[in-house]
Every structure is written in C-alpha cells, then in structure tokens.
Design a protein around this ligand. Structure first.
Ligand SMILES: Nc1ncnc2c1ncn2[C@@H]1O[C@H](COP(=O)(O)OP(=O)(O)OP(=O)(O)O)[C@@H](O)[C@H]1O
Ligand SMILES: [Mg+2]
Length: 277
C-alpha cells in the first residue's frame, strides 16, 4: 500500500542525538541528551507533564530547532514536511472533519494532506482501505468520525498516519483515554506494524506497563535530562534517582507490573509524600 518506500540501509541509526539540548526562549527543557535509535525499533517516551516529550517530536519533525548539540533524522538535519514520518499529535483537531467517513479522513492524509477526494485514484482509495485494515478498523470505514469511541478514533488516527507508508511513526499519547484492554490492543496493533513494516516508532505514554512486552527502548525524560536504553537498563532505582536528582524507587508487584515511586520535596515537609509518577 502507499508509495514505494525509498531505498535506504536496512540497519543503522535512523535518529542520532549528540549532546542535544532544547528549550523555548530562556527556558531549557532538557539538555545533554545522547541517543541512537535504529530502524525498526519501538521506543517508549516516558516522563512527567512538561518534561519535553512533545518537544522531542517537534524536533524530529523539524518544527523546533535544537538549542544545542546535534540531531540527525535519516542521516540529515530534520526538515519540515518529511513524508517518511507519520505523526499522530497529542491533540487532534477534528472539529471540521467530524461528518466525514473514516475512510475519507485516511484517504485525505495520503500524499501529505492533499485535498480532492473526487479526483482520487483507485490506488489511493485502496491504500486508505488497507491502512484501516492494518489497524483492524476496516469495519469503521464508512462510519462518521463523530460516531466513534475514543479507542476507535485512535485506531483511525493510526491508520491516517500509516497511509503514506512512513518509515517512522511519532505517536503522542495514543493510549490516553483508553481503558487498559483497549490500550493493550492498540499497542499490539502498533507492535505488529512496527515489526511487519520495519517502522521505527516513538510512543509517548504515562504508563510503561502496557508497553513492556513490545518495546525495544525507553526514553525517560525528567528534570531536564533524558535517559535512553533498553527497559532493563533505564528502569532501575539507581538510574531514575540520578535522573530526577531525588530518591526514586522502581518496584515490581507480584504480577510483574512496574511501579515508579518518588519522594518529592524536602524530608521535613513531605515526609510521607510518595507519589506514583
Ligand atoms: N511553544 C512553546 N513556548 C514556550 N514554552 C513551551 C512551548 N511548548 C512547550 N513549552 C514548554 O516546554 C516544556 C515541555 O513541553 P512539552 O509539551 O514538550 O511537554 P510534555 O512532556 O509533552 O508534557 P505533557 O505530558 O503534559 O504532554 C513545558 O514546560 C512547556 O510549558
Ligand atoms: Mg506532550
């Protein structure tokens, strides 16, 4: 489906950051980040509100310039409107589109948002339908967007991002508003897409647990820093304490779920104040 993927190397880093820093005006969001993400890796981007997760996506999309260091995407500086990247934003503007059918929405995304449904080729319509199929949403093709549940909408947005056969997917909190069963289902769909198409995917989430079986790497942002590596490497009490600059404990419950606790504030003030991040 979609246009033929551009030839490139099958292995090697798709995204490389060296001493990368980002901020807005005088405000530093994070700095000194070093990471390399390879083709076909599934990366969870985790961190508290305001840590800079969406900002990372804005940089990968070429919408935000680094304030220091180097970032390369597909071997060069990020550039706006790169059709190799499929993006599902954190907040999706659908106000003007709520009456259109799902298959039309997906179809409109083909070729970078070109309008003109009536002029469409058979091939484009097939691509829209097969993107919906790939995410298990072919039943929704002729439903209007307004009639979908949150979980159904997320599938359709994923299809929209997939229709032009991207090499990289940026998914900003696609699991928010989903119950745990739907969240796991969607992660499974994304995990399959990543494997079958060798797509490199970044997924922002607040809970790492539904992702654990599928991800290759975690990028954990907090306190102006970014730690990247496999879940085993990153999710330790020692590493997260260093990241937060405070005592953080990584616990596993009897079902293997990860619980990350931190103690905020000074000991005298918030003696018992443990929070799940
Ligand atoms: N356009 C902007 N101008 C100035 N500051 C901004 C801008 N966009 C984001 N920020 C600030 O940069 C920081 C990081 O924002 P970002 O949206 O990347 O966080 P996030 O990790 O995605 O948070 P959330 O979990 O709430 O979505 C925040 O403190 C935010 O207020
Ligand atoms: Mg965000």
């Amino acid at each position: 489906m979609g246009p033929k993927r551009q030839e490139g190397t099958d292995t090697g880093e798709i995204v490389t950051a060296r001493r990368l820093a980002v901020g807005y005006k005088d405000k530093m969001v994070w700095h000194d980040a070093n990471f390399g993400i390879e083709r076909g890796e599934f990366v969870a981007v985790i961190g508290p509100n305001g840590a800079g997760k969406t900002t990372l996506f804005r940089m990968l999309l070429g919408l935000q310039k680094p304030s220091g260091g180097d970032l390369t995407v597909f071997g060069s500086k990020p550039s706006r409107g790169d059709s190799r990247i499929g993006y599902v934003p954190q907040r999706h503007a659908i106000d003007n589109e709520t009456n259109i059918e799902c298959v039309e929405l997906v179809h409109l995304a083909y070729g970078g948002g070109r309008w003109g449904f009536n002029l469409s080729t058979r091939r484009e319509k097939d691509a829209a339908m097969s993107a919906l199929k790939a995410v298990g949403a072919e039943d929704l093709a002729h439903k209007s967007l307004a009639s979908l549940s949150g979980g159904e909408l997320q599938r359709v947005f994923l299809a929209e991002a997939l229709v032009s056969n991207p090499e990289m997917l940026l998914l900003d909190e696609p699991l928010s508003n989903l119950d745990i069963r739907r969240a796991i289902e969607l992660v499974e769909v994304i995990g399959d897409v990543v494997k079958e198409r060798k797509v490199t995917a970044f997924l922002v989430a607040h809970d790492i647990n539904p992702l654990m079986r599928y991800i290759d790497k975690v990028m954990y942002m907090a306190n102006g820093k970014v730690a990247t590596g496999t879940p085993e490497e990153v999710l330790t009490s020692k590493n997260l304490s260093a990241l937060y600059g405070a005592r953080v404990e990584v616990l596993r419950d009897s079902r293997g779920h990860i619980i990350i606790h931190s103690r905020y504030g000074g000991e005298e003030v918030h003696e018992e104040a443990y929070h799940v991040i």
